[in-house]
Design a protein around this ligand. Structure first.
Ligand SMILES: [Zn+2]
Length: 89
């Protein structure tokens, strides 16, 4: 979080954000009942169980509640700054 954020949807928020940490849990379910029979550490996954490769966290706009990955908020801030620079010419 060292880059400015700007909400891509409401375009009114650069300050108020919620960081939503993604914490994967690897579980084994009973195939008939759905009951959880085991929770497995990532390092102990078998070859058929792919580890989580998504974002470590998501960002929610504190004003309009939009949720997206961090890149979207950063890119929107960069684009807004570029547009502002052009407007000053
Ligand atoms: Zn917003």
């Amino acid at each position: 979080m060292t880059s400015p954020y700007f909400c891509p949807v409401c375009k009114s928020n650069r300050m108020r954000f919620t960081i939503i940490e993604q914490v994967p849990r690897y579980v084994r379910l009973h195939p008939q009942t759905g009951e959880m029979v085991a929770e497995i550490l990532q390092g102990d996954l078998d070859a058929f169980h792919n580890p989580y490769r998504g974002d470590n966290f998501l960002v929610q706009c504190g004003v309009c509640s939009t949720i997206a990955n961090e890149e979207r908020f950063i890119k929107t801030a960069q684009n807004a700054n570029a547009t502002g620079a052009l407007g000053q010419r």
